[in-house]
Design a protein around this ligand. Sequence first.
Ligand code: GLN
Length: 533
Amino acid sequence: MKTKIIVVTGGVYSSLGKGIIASSIGRILTEFNYNVSMQKFDPYLNVDPGTMSPYQHGEVFVTSDGAETDLDLGNYERFIDRDLSKFSSVTSGSIYYEVITDERNGKYDGKTVQVVPHIVLKIQERITNLIKKNKPEFLIIEIGGTIGDIESIPFIEALRIFSGNYGRKNILFLHCSPILKVNANDELKTKPTQHSMKSLRNLGITPNILIMRSDKDLDDSTIQKLSWTCDIDKDNIFVSKDCKSIYSIPKMLYDQGIIKSISKYFQIKNFKKGSLTKWNKFLETVQNEKKYKAKIAITGKYSGLADSYMSVIESLKLASYKVGVEIEIDLIDITKITKDNIEKKLSMYNAILIPGGFGERGIKEKILVSKYCREKKVPTLAICLGMQATCLDIAINVMGKKDANSEEFNKKSDYIVFNEKTYKNKSFGGELRLGNKEIEIVDNTLASKIYNKKNIEERHRHRYIFNNEKISDFEKNGLIFSGFSKKDSVVEIVEYENHPFYIGVQFHPEFISRPNKIHPIFEKFIESMKQKK
Ligand code: GLN
């Protein structure tokens, strides 16, 4: 079967949740045993989101092959339960960068280089490259931004031309749009949707499926009106209602018959059989009444924007569903923590997660939190820079090496615990240690109990690595080294002895925890904190 492509656009305003809608359709098709891949087109000019502040753009997600991508890819992977790659992340910046580099290298042979055709062809090349590489049966492409933005026009133009060549019956356009409420009596307005549909048509795209975002079901007359004004069959209009958990959206769309619309559009003979049984089983664990409860603090410096910790938060939630704990997560601004207020700020939590980060702001406070967690025996999971802070705490506060530091913050320290190492990456961002690395677990450690296997693979995004010359100093002072990378012996996991649960990891376990594959570290972390209700 030629890869069928579903293009997802959004109208009227941003943050409609079209990423979750796209992911949900991916999930449904996966449950029907189709091989699904996903691709995000981001209209901004950054070559990748690697250097963007989490405050601007939320978390930077990392794929197994080490691409630094938009956080939507995290949702895609969690929903379709499949590793994506650098081919799935396309920004305008990366497209222009390649075209301009080709131009400088004389590849255009003296021609005038233009948005049409050169940029547009490069965009199309990204689609065909992904298809060639992964050979998916379905490819879902999400176009970032809102229809009407000037930035996304080259993507729309690329797809318009592409659909002619690829075969119109092989590409389905799906538009997401909100229903608006006005007046005291909440009158429903379809006009903004009509306008965004019209804008799409002006660009040469006629959507085939419309998904309305709404806080409740839409009555028949509203659907009828949308159908007439937007020129879409009533059967092809769906509602994605506000709901408590994003994980209920696949069921919601499935129950309304979206599979029928998709299979009918593509005229696939012998559409594979399937059901949402597996997903619905997971959904039950989401919705079940929980026997236990726990309060967790995430102590990071991007606490003003929950999206900065999206995968961490989702991983905690996913594990809590499996273990049966109702969790409450608070984002605590690490920079506001002091020696004097730490007890007051953290004593009500059953567990503390110290997340990753870059740069010096907040590092002193991260060390303070590490000390607090170690001494008070609060269950602790420290990730990446968090793990580095736990090691610095031990050096400074247990070993008495007052000047101990990471080269990230003080290259002249007389006790360097983390060395800078530069890595050669093909990625534009440069010199981080990125993507999957194989790790060997040390026997008879907390890590070996958690993983219950010797060899694992985890995703990375950091530059500084533990200074292995100091291992024995730390071992004498209660730190256990329980995982090393196989290739180059980089310290990957540390634990503190005589503590119920204190583990630091140099990698990011949050990038690989999924509904059907809950990461054991998160599962055991949640188990360590559960309290009877
Ligand atoms: N800044 C640290 C490093 O580069 C940690 C990075 C992170 O937390 N992702 O090693």
